[in-house]
Design a binder for this molecule. Structure first.
Ligand SMILES: Nc1ncnc2c1ncn2[C@@H]1O[C@H](COP(=O)(O)OP(=O)(O)O)[C@@H](O)[C@H]1O
Ligand SMILES: Nc1nc2c(ncn2[C@@H]2O[C@H](COP(=O)(O)O)[C@@H](O)[C@H]2O)c(=O)[nH]1
Length: 434
């Protein structure tokens, strides 16, 4: 496990190295590891630049992620091939991307649950998915299926807006009995997306997801839900709000999804509303950066050293130096919020926004899992006198998340090809240290 984010190491990390004062491990004892588990529809992204006429021709709604039938799939695919419009083909899936990016950032294990074709030909989409996934992502628990995985046509128009057309294949055929109970119970977090609830007919993905959520809820493992697309949530915001309140501990969304589920356009107010239901909220806001909201015990709150920010909640970042806690673990819970502008104001030129939010979430999960890792290996550390769910403060995590998103914006794929640089001199001065 790598140290999450970049800053001076106040608390001893990594815990592998020996230090007689802070690490009283027996040298022969093996370190315990932590991991996160995610469930996804296993898909490959097929990216092409298109215009509105193209979307109209295939009756696709701009900006939406929609499932298409096999006739539309064949016609669409033929058209893209005939006119040599396909720019890239990458492993995708919102949770698949998050697991991959987590493993790259943390240099550690994550487990991906879903389906995989049992017979794989070289060059097929299943093959491509496996090749494009970090070797740190454990794929041993995938359920074999007799047929293809999904394809996600990622159609980008001249404004940069993405329209997803999903050819499902057998991606939704994960069965509840394929969910390993002890795998979930021992995870630092279970990551799911709203897309997993979009199933029809004989598809069992939703039941499998509910099964995994139940195992996680019963074992006290944080359930992390990423909302995926506003269109899904807008269909029944009340159902989603109830689901989140009952089953979810950490909610990740962008501002559009935040509006869909809470009714608040302002990402700060959306995050605040979502805090009525969950312990921690991440709300990405494109060029406005990222908001986080969480709980801390009154006794353990830490005041920011940065400028207090105006907003719908005045001075909302006052306690952003606090580490996030579960509300139930606070004697006297107070709300803490943080906002961070995009790293370096955002890149000069954005190559791709596909997966920027997934990458921000991966960084947050890294911090969460690093906390578990540190706790199980250095349980007597002063750090764990506080029953926090994050290793770092809200302020620190949101900087790290923004930094990680930046890396996706300057490359073509939603998946990181490498970890963050070890040394970033400019970063030390102007970003972390301030
Ligand atoms: N146009 C942009 N300029 C600068 N940073 C951006 C831009 N778009 C996205 N980002 C960065 O990527 C993060 C996630 O982006 P966002 O588009 O909100 O997520 P999603 O992919 O979930 O819609 C933001 O918090 C921000 O740091
Ligand atoms: N599992 C699913 N993943 C989907 C679906 N539609 C799109 N996507 C994936 O989202 C990412 C982009 O994420 P974003 O945070 O930038 O919106 C992309 O790689 C797609 O594969 C879906 O229906 N199911």
């Amino acid at each position: 496990m790598k140290f999450p984010g970049r800053r001076r190491h106040k608390h001893y990390f990594p815990v592998e190295a020996k230090d007689p004062l802070t690490n009283q491990l027996n040298a022969t004892e093996r370190l315990h590891s932590s991991y996160i588990t995610g469930i996804d529809q296993i898909v490959v992204d097929i990216e092409a630049k298109v215009d509105q006429a193209f979307l109209d021709e295939f009756k696709l709604q701009r900006g939406m992620s929609q499932v298409i039938d096999s006739d539309v799939t064949n016609a669409l695919y033929e058209r893209l091939k005939l006119h040599e419009m396909v720019d890239y083909e990458y492993a995708g899936g919102t949770v698949g991307n998050t697991m991959h990016n987590y493993s790259v950032l943390a240099d550690d294990r994550s487990v991906l649950l879903g389906v995989m074709s049992e017979n794989i030909n070289i060059g097929s989409y299943a093959y491509r998915f496996l090749c494009n996934t970090s070797s740190r992502v454990d794929l041993d628990y995938l359920q074999p299926v007799d047929g293809p995985i999904g394809r996600c046509f990622t159609l980008i128009d001249e404004t940069g807006e993405r329209t997803f057309a999903i050819s499902a294949g057998l991606m939704n055929h994960l069965r509840p009995e394929s969910i390993d109970k002890s795998l979930i119970e021992n995870s630092s977090a279970l990551v799911i997306s709203a897309y997993l609830m979009r199933t029809q007919g004989a598809e069992t993905m939703t039941e499998a997801t509910i099964q995994a959520v139940k195992y996680a809820n019963d074992a006290g493992v944080p359930v992390v839900l990423t909302l995926g697309t506003k269109f899904l949530i807008e269909q029944d915001p009340t159902w989603w709000a109830n689901f989140v309140e009952k089953h979810v501990d950490i909610l990740a969304m962008n501002e559009e999804e935040g509006l869909a589920i809470t009714g608040f356009e302002d990402p700060l107010l959306a995050a605040d509303k979502a805090l009525d239901w969950v312990d921690l909220v991440i709300c990405t806001a494109g060029e406005k950066g990222l908001f986080m909201a969480g709980y801390v015990d009154e006794q353990l709150k830490r005041e920011t050293e940065y400028t207090l920010l105006p907003g719908a909640i005045p001075d909302f970042n006052r306690y952003e130096f606090s580490r996030a806690m579960r509300k139930a673990d606070c004697d006297d819970p107070i709300r803490a919020y943080s906002h961070t502008a995009p790293f370096m104001g955002g890149p000069d030129s954005i190559k791709n926004t596909n997966g920027a939010g997934d990458c921000a979430l991966a960084a947050v999960l890294h911090d969460l899992s690093a906390n578990v890792y540190h706790k199980i290996n250095v349980s007597n550390s002063a750090k764990h006198q506080q029953k926090a769910i994050t290793y770092s403060s809200l302020s620190q995590i949101s900087k790290y998340a923004n930094r990680a998103s930046f890396e996706v914006l300057v490359q073509h794929s939603p998946r990181l090809s490498r970890g963050l640089p070890e040394r970033e001199d400019c970063l030390e001065l102007v970003y972390w240290d301030k």
